[in-house]
Design a protein around this ligand. Structure first.
Ligand SMILES: [Mg+2]
Length: 262
C-alpha cells in the first residue's frame, strides 16, 4: 500500500483512474439527469496536464461523457469497451459483434419489465450493454428480486452475462472485459510507476484487482473508495482511502493538484 504522497512526486509516470457515477457525480434516480460535480472537470483537466494518465472509466457510454470533459482527460465507456480519442469513439473488436443481440435483449427487457406492472423500473439501452435500474421503485427490495429474476432468465436464454450494480444490474455480452483491463493496459503502455483508482461500486473492484497486480511488480498503488449507504462491503474493506462522496473526491483531487512539485 502507498499513501497519496506516492501519487504526486513523479506525476508524469502516475496514472489517476476514476469511475464517474457516485464518484465524480452524485447518484440520481434517472441516470440521464446526472452530471459531474461543479469544479471536477476543470480540476481533472489541470491534473491531466501534469499526470501521465488521467482517465475516466465508466459504465456509461463514452458518448455521454464526452461533452463534460476536456482533452486532457481520457474517456473509457462501457467499463472500458469504448474509448474516446479526440471525440471519436471506438468499440472493442470482440464486443462489437454483439450489438444486434444486445439490442434484442434491451427490447425484450423493456417488454418483460413493463409486464411486471411495477412502477419505477428503467431499462437503459447502451448499445452493447443493457442496464436495468430499480432505484425509483417504491419497494426497492421486492423490485430488485423481480428484476434480478428477469435478468437471470434473459441471460440464460441469450447466453449472455450479467454483473451487479447499486440498485441496478447490467446485461453484457459473454466476453471478458473490465475496468481493471483499462488500468492494466494503460499502466503497461505508459510505464506507470504509480496508480490510483477511485470508485464506489461493484464494477470498480476489478480495477482494485488490477492495482494489486501492479503493486506486485513494484508500482505504488492507492485504492480509493467513495462511501455511501449502498457502498459494497468488499469495496469498503479494500479501500485504503475512503472519501465521503463526490465533494470529498473533489477536495482530494485538489489536494493532489496542490501537492504536485512545480
Ligand atoms: Mg459508480
Amino acid at each position: 500500500m502507498a499513501d497519496a504522497a506516492a501519487l504526486t512526486h513523479s506525476p508524469r509516470v502516475t496514472g489517476l483512474f476514476m469511475d464517474f457515477d457516485g464518484t465524480l457525480a452524485e447518484i440520481v434516480s434517472e441516470p440521464s439527469k446526472a452530471g459531474p460535480l461543479e469544479g471536477i472537470p476543470e480540476t481533472l483537466e489541470e491534473l491531466g496536464r501534469s499526470f501521465g494518465v488521467v482517465a475516466l472509466v465508466s459504465g456509461r457510454t463514452a458518448a455521454e461523457l464526452v461533452g463534460w470533459f476536456g482533452n486532457e482527460v481520457e474517456l473509457w465507456g462501457l467499463y472500458g469497451a469504448e474509448r474516446s480519442v479526440a471525440g471519436e469513439i471506438t468499440l472493442a473488436e470482440d464486443v462489437a459483434p454483439y450489438a444486434s443481440l444486445m439490442r434484442r435483449v434491451a427490447a425484450e427487457a423493456k417488454e418483460r419489465l413493463q409486464a411486471t406492472g411495477i412502477d419505477g423500473l428503467l431499462v437503459e439501452d447502451k448499445g452493447v450493454m443493457v442496464g436495468l435500474h430499480w432505484r425509483r421503485a417504491d419497494d426497492v427490495g421486492a423490485a430488485g428480486r423481480i428484476v434480478t429474476g428477469v435478468a437471470g432468465d434473459l441471460a440464460e436464454r441469450h447466453g449472455i452475462e450479467q454483473s451487479p450494480g447499486k440498485l441496478a444490474l447490467e446485461l453484457r455480452p459473454p466476453v471478458e472485459w473490465s475496468k481493471g483491463d483499462v488500468v492494466r493496459r494503460r499502466a503497461g503502455e505508459e510505464g506507470l510507476r504509480a496508480a490510483a483508482f477511485v470508485g464506489d461500486d461493484y464494477g470498480d473492484l476489478t480495477a482494485f484487482d488490477a492495482l494489486d497486480e501492479l503493486a506486485q511488480s513494484g508500482v505504488a498503488t492507492v485504492r480509493v473508495g467513495v462511501a455511501s449507504s449502498e457502498m459494497p462491503e468488499e469495496l469498503k474493506r479494500r479501500a485504503e482511502i475512503e472519501l465521503a462522496g463526490p465533494p470529498a473526491v473533489l477536495e482530494w483531487l485538489r489536494s493532489l493538484l496542490a501537492a504536485i512539485p512545480r
